[in-house]
Design a protein around this ligand. Structure first.
Ligand SMILES: [Zn+2]
Length: 393
C-alpha cells in the first residue's frame, strides 16, 4: 500500500467571540515563537550551544505558571508546542541554506495562524478545535478520512481558513487496462478551455477571470491613490485581497467541477504537458493564467490517482494540432489563428477537435506501452503534490 496525503481546505464562519478566540490563539503562537527565538539566541550567546526542543518545551511549561504569562494556559498546549517545532524546523532550513535566519514575528508582518497536530475534527459542518469548540465551516465536500493536522490561517482578505491533512492508502496493484472507448483526449486552449476527442461540446473559457482582472486593476488604482498609512488605504488593500481570493475560489470551483466529472466518466484521460512556465513569459501569459492549465493538470493528476484512473501526459512537443490523423502528414504552415485546415489527403480538420483526437491516440499508445507517465507507474513511485482539494465557491 502506498500512502498519500490529501489536504482539505475550508473557509470558516466564526462568530465574533470565536474570531477573538482564534486571534488570541494566533497571538499566543506568535508570543511563544518570539519568546523561544529570544531564548535560543541568549542560550547560544552564553553557552555556544543550541537550546533543544525538549529544554524549551519544559521552559514553556514553567512559563505558564508565572502570573504574567499565565494567559498562555488558555491556548491549546499542542498548538504552542507546535510553534516550538516550527521554530526548530526553520532553524534546520536556515542551516541547510534553504531559508534565512528565523525572525521575530510582529502582528503586522505575520499573518495570524496556528497549527494543531492532532485532535481537530470535522463534525456536522463544524471544525472542532480544542479550547475553542465548534466553528462553522463552508464544507464543500465530505471528509472521509481521519485527519492528522490542522492549520488555521487568517488570509489577507481577513477570513479564517482551515487546512486539514489526511492520509489515504492506495494499493500497489496495477490498474486494469482501460477500455479504449472510455479514454478521452483533452485539448486545452485559449478560446475554448477544453475540447474533447469524443466529440462532446467544448467547454468555453470562463469569463470571470477577465472580469475580476478588471475589478482588480480598479481596486489597485484605488490603493495607490490613498495616503500611506491611512485607514482608507488599509481598507482598499483588503478589498484587493478579497478580489484575489474570490477569483482563486471561482477558478478552483470551475476546475473542480470539470475535473471531477471527467475523471468520473472515463477510464483514462490524456492531456498535453503544457509547460505553463515557458508560456507565461510570452504575451499569452495572461490568457494562460485565465485558463489555469497548471491547476487543471494538478487536479487531474491527483484525482486520477485517487479514483484509480489512467492518466497519460503527452510530451509538449507532440504536434497535436498540425498532424493529420488520417494520413499522418504534418501541416507546417499552421498558425495560431487557423481554427480549421484541410489536409492534402482530403481530410478536413477542426483544430481543437483534431488535437484532442491526436492526444487521445498518443495517450493510448503511451498507456499500452506502460510508459512511466502512465498512472500505474506514477502511483507507486512518485509522490504527487496534494494540495487544497476543496475550497468553497
Ligand atoms: Zn491527411
Amino acid at each position: 500500500m502506498a500512502k498519500h496525503r490529501k489536504v482539505y481546505r475550508f473557509r470558516m464562519k466564526p462568530t465574533k467571540a470565536q474570531s477573538h478566540a482564534l486571534n488570541r490563539m494566533a497571538g499566543a503562537r506568535r508570543y511563544v515563537w518570539n519568546w523561544a527565538l529570544a531564548r535560543k539566541r541568549e542560550h547560544y550567546k552564553e553557552f555556544n550551544k543550541t537550546l533543544t526542543y525538549n529544554a524549551l518545551a519544559s521552559e514553556l511549561t514553567a512559563l505558564k505558571t508565572k502570573p504574567e504569562t499565565a494567559w498562555l494556559k488558555e491556548a491549546d498546549s499542542q498548538a504552542l508546542q507546535q510553534a516550538l517545532k516550527d521554530l526548530d524546523r526553520s532553524f534546520v532550513n536556515f542551516f541547510e541554506k534553504r531559508a534565512r535566519f528565523p525572525r521575530f514575528k510582529s502582528r503586522k508582518s505575520d499573518r495570524a495562524r496556528f497549527r494543531i497536530p492532532q485532535r481537530v475534527k470535522i463534525d456536522d459542518g463544524k471544525v472542532v478545535i480544542p479550547k475553542i469548540g465548534g466553528i462553522r465551516i463552508y464544507q464543500s465536500q465530505p471528509v472521509t478520512e481521519t485527519t492528522k493536522s490542522a492549520t488555521f490561517r487568517r488570509e489577507a482578505d481577513g477570513k479564517w481558513y482551515v487546512a486539514l491533512t489526511a492520509e489515504f492508502e492506495i494499493p500497489d496493484v496495477a490498474l486494469p487496462d482501460p477500455d479504449s472507448a472510455k479514454v478521452v483526449g483533452i485539448d486545452l486552449g485559449l478560446t475554448d478551455f477544453a475540447a474533447f476527442s469524443d466529440g462532446s461540446e467544448p467547454i468555453p473559457a470562463p469569463k470571470f477571470f477577465r472580469e475580476s482582472q478588471r475589478k482588480l486593476r480598479k481596486a489597485q488604482r484605488t490603493v495607490s491613490r490613498r495616503k500611506n498609512g491611512s485607514n482608507r488605504k488599509a481598507k482598499a488593500r483588503i478589498k484587493v485581497a478579497r478580489i484575489h481570493r474570490k477569483t482563486a475560489n471561482q477558478r478552483s470551483d470551475f476546475l473542480h467541477k470539470l475535473t471531477t466529472e471527467l475523471v468520473r466518466e472515463h477510464d483514462g484521460l490524456c492531456i498535453e504537458d503544457l509547460s505553463v512556465k515557458g508560456l507565461a513569459r510570452t504575451k499569452l501569459a495572461k490568457s494562460v493564467n485565465d485558463a489555469s492549465w497548471g491547476e487543471f493538470r494538478r487536479q487531474v493528476e491527483y484525482k486520477c490517482l485517487w479514483h484509480r484512473k489512467h492518466l497519460a501526459v503527452i510530451d509538449r512537443w507532440f504536434p497535436s494540432t498540425k498532424m493529420c490523423n488520417a494520413c499522418g502528414a504534418l501541416n507546417d504552415n499552421l498558425t495560431l489563428q487557423d481554427r480549421k485546415w484541410d489536409c492534402d489527403c482530403g481530410a478536413r480538420h477542426k483544430r481543437d477537435f483534431l488535437a484532442a483526437c491526436n492526444i487521445r491516440d498518443e495517450g493510448l499508445r503511451i498507456l499500452a506501452a506502460g510508459q512511466a507517465e502512465s498512472q500505474n507507474a506514477r502511483g507507486a513511485s512518485v509522490r504527487p503534490r496534494f494540495e487544497a482539494v476543496g475550497v468553497e465557491p
